[in-house]
Ligand binder design. Structure first.
Ligand code: M6R
Length: 353
């Protein structure tokens, strides 16, 4: 039920703070220790020499973020693969691989194909899914719930942030990091609410910067490049504005020739190490006529930035940086008079290969 919301997507965007809190309540005890992840899972992962995350669409994008947690917090080399590619072009695997399937629906045919293949090869697998008791959760050795609640809008929003949080908690449980993740996620939940309260600001950006536009770009570096892919998918899949998301350093290798007078270029700027380089790239596209819209985090913000995100642990910034992109996509689509929840040619769950 949408309640008073005009579209499920808006409701689901707003639910993200509650989902973050529910995940904390489920996966942490009072003292902030991880619970609800059986030692069958952690022991099996600890035996592995490499993790392979396999997913499609938004879930694949969540995996690109999760990779950082498994590598930086748990110290396990991690690869992220598009299910439809892996299924028919399996890369060379390490000696002891462990597979993680990410899926909102648990029914994505491409991911199921990979799960079948790797089971035949005898490799262990964990599915992290929103719909439990789905094919991917039933057929994997292990399953963990994403607890986002029903996601109805075709454009995935809360399942993305929830998948990122579950990966962060799992990596945290596997590693020994000097961090109070429960406290950090409590901050994240508060700040997600603060951002979703700023809807007017994102509506204004959508109305002013995307009006009449046929194409747009999202750029970023590091984790922001991963979020740029998801931000671009959100905007293109529902508004039909052709949007490319990519690593900002690649601009000079070709894409910059697409920049014309007024082309909207969104830059996500939340990672300190590369903030200077990204500022340079924003200046380069601005010099070629782009309309640059910078979404930065508080400590990296400069005058003229379109939106300043509150600050949480830098590795958790994707959980905040994606929210403006979800809402900008929503309002751009609304302004075009399109059905936000049911974009053309798309199904919520892709059960064909
Ligand atoms: O149910 P899944 O997470 O496995 O679905 C994967 C993709 O089909 C899905 O994320 C799709 O890309 C969404 N429409 C994105 O908003």
């Amino acid at each position: 039920d949408k309640g008073t919301y005009p579209y499920y997507m808006l409701k689901e965007v707003d639910e993200q703070a509650v989902v973050a809190r529910n995940l904390s309540a489920h996966y942490f005890d009072e003292e902030g220790n991880v619970q609800g992840i059986g030692c069958g899972i952690t022991d099996s992962i600890k035996e592995a020499d490499r993790l392979y995350i396999v997913a499609a669409g938004t879930s694949y994008h969540a995996g690109l973020v999760g990779k950082r947690y498994f590598e930086q917090w748990a110290g396990i080399p991690t690869e992220v693969h598009i299910a439809s590619e892996f299924a028919y072009d399996q890369p060379m695997l390490s000696k002891k691989p462990f597979f993680i399937f990410l899926s909102q629906s648990g029914e994505t045919a491409d991911s199921r194909e990979v799960l079948d293949n790797i089971k035949r090869q005898g490799f262990p697998a964990l599915t992290i899914a929103n719909v439990m008791n789905s094919t991917l959760t039933r057929e994997a050795d292990f399953a963990l719930p994403v607890l986002a609640g029903p996601e109805i809008a075709v454009a995935s929003t809360k399942a993305y942030t929830a998948q990122i949080i579950v990966q962060a908690i799992l990596a945290y449980a596997l590693g020994d990091v000097d961090l109070d993740l429960k406290a950090e996620l409590a901050k994240v939940a508060v700040e997600i609410s603060a951002i979703t309260d700023d809807k007017d600001c994102f509506k204004k950006i959508a109305d002013e910067d995307l009006k009449g536009q046929k194409s747009a770009f999202y750029i970023g570096r590091g984790l922001d490049a991963a979020v740029a892919l998801e931000a671009a998918l959100k905007l293109k899949e529902i508004s039909y504005i052709q949007t490319e998301g990519f690593a900002a350093g690649e601009l000079k290798h070709g894409t910059i020739s697409l920049i014309e007078d007024g082309t909207p270029v969104f830059a996500l700027l939340t990672q300190a190490k590369t903030a200077g380089l990204l500022r340079g790239e924003v200046a380069q596209v601005a010099a070629r006529g782009a309309n640059t819209i910078v979404i930065s985090s508080k400590s990296l913000a400069k005058e003229g930035d379109a939106y300043v995100l509150p600050e949480v642990n830098e590795l958790l910034m994707p959980l905040l940086a994606v929210i403006p992109a979800q809402l900008i996509a929503y309002y751009a689509t609304l302004a075009r008079g399109l059905d936000v929840d049911r974009p053309r040619n798309l199904a919520k769950s892709v059960t064909v290969q």
